[in-house]
Design a protein around this ligand. Structure first.
Ligand SMILES: NC(=O)c1ccc[n+]([C@@H]2O[C@H](COP(=O)([O-])OP(=O)(O)OC[C@H]3O[C@@H](n4cnc5c(N)ncnc54)[C@H](OP(=O)(O)O)[C@@H]3O)[C@@H](O)[C@H]2O)c1
Length: 272
């Protein structure tokens, strides 16, 4: 099997893609912006997805690419997809399970890849369990004040996204497939906090925050009104229509998707 280039190799998902491919004895190259800082057990190539010309040396002799896109717009993605299609035969793109409207950078990048001439598979995960690390500070204080405690999600362990990526990169029959990936169960945000409390042995309670108060705080933290409104609208919607559970991880991997409790157990030290 030819060499696999992993982008986002130091991130939540990519670092597991790298280690799982390396454990399987496959030829892996990690694209990193700063090889001095990235501690990875595989060959590294310096490159930046926002500087497409840096990608050609990294793509030399590469058969497949695991691609994530770090930006919130698709600016510059056309050149990157073109460079990948010039060198590699297959791309597995870490997209997202978002509605068809409004059109986002995920749709735009999928469209670019579809038209690039290279074989492709799209992974569309829902919410990442690792997003709940954003509550770590409040969990240490014993109370999480956040809006929409009854918003329910089927959060996925980053290891499962990586395992699916590795499966797709190393087996046939996935060309042109789009996989919607979720965890195995729905948990409300308040239940997620309860599980984290149980697993970490901390007394922690949920306190529903009024959306207007949350809007103010999130604006101060994120600075982008559209982003804040989208997030609040999404959580509100998840109260009445919980994020669905798909059996795709189990169907592809032949074992159940990891639970949120298993995710929390893997991250106990991050909540210390
Ligand atoms: N969080 C969610 O709920 C969710 C849901 C669906 C999809 N997603 C998508 O998942 C992706 C994030 O995955 P993740 O959580 O594994 O990533 P992450 O932990 O946020 O890490 C980002 C990675 O991208 C690399 N990177 C950042 N800017 C780069 C650049 N200009 N050129 C090359 N590499 C760059 C970083 O490398 P260095 O900083 O080390 O250089 C790092 O390895 C995003 O595309 C996001 O939209 C997220």
């Amino acid at each position: 099997m030819g060499k696999i280039l992993v982008t986002g190799a130091t991130g939540n998902v990519g670092r597991h893609v790298v280690s799982q491919l390396a454990d399987a004895g496959l030829a892996v190259r990690a694209l990193v912006r700063d090889p001095g800082r990235a501690r990875l057990p595989v060959e590294m190539a310096q490159g930046d997805l926002t500087v497409p010309e840096t990608l050609h040396p990294a793509l030399e002799d590469v058969e497949s690419v695991f691609l994530l896109w770090p930006g919130f717009t698709a600016d510059g993605a056309a050149e990157v997809v073109e460079a990948i299609a010039k060198h590699a035969r297959r791309v597995v793109y870490l997209s997202a399970n978002v509605p068809d409207e409004p059109v986002t950078h995920y749709h735009e990048i999928e469209r670019l890849i579809r038209h690039s001439g290279t074989a492709w598979t799209f992974l569309r995960p829902g919410g990442f369990a690792v997003n709940t690390l954003g509550w770590a500070g409040q969990i240490r204080q014993g109370v999480v004040r956040w809006p929409y405690g009854q918003a329910s999600r089927s959060l996925i362990h980053e290891k499962d996204i990586a395992a699916v990526a590795v499966h797709v990169l190393t087996s046939g029959g996935h060309s042109g497939a789009t996989y919607v990936l979720t965890g195995p169960e729905q948990l409300t945000q308040a239940e997620q906090v309860r599980v984290i409390g149980e697993v970490t042995g901390r007394e922690v309670r949920w306190e529903d925050q009024a959306p207007d108060e949350a809007r103010e705080q999130l604006m101060a933290a994120w600075g982008d009104p559209a982003f804040v409104e989208d997030a609040l609208r999404a959580w509100e919607g998840l109260v009445t229509v919980p994020e669905p559970v798909t059996g795709t991880v189990e169907r592809l991997l032949g074992r159940p998707a990891l639970t949120f409790r298993q995710w929390a157990e893997d991250h106990v030290s991050d909540f210390r």
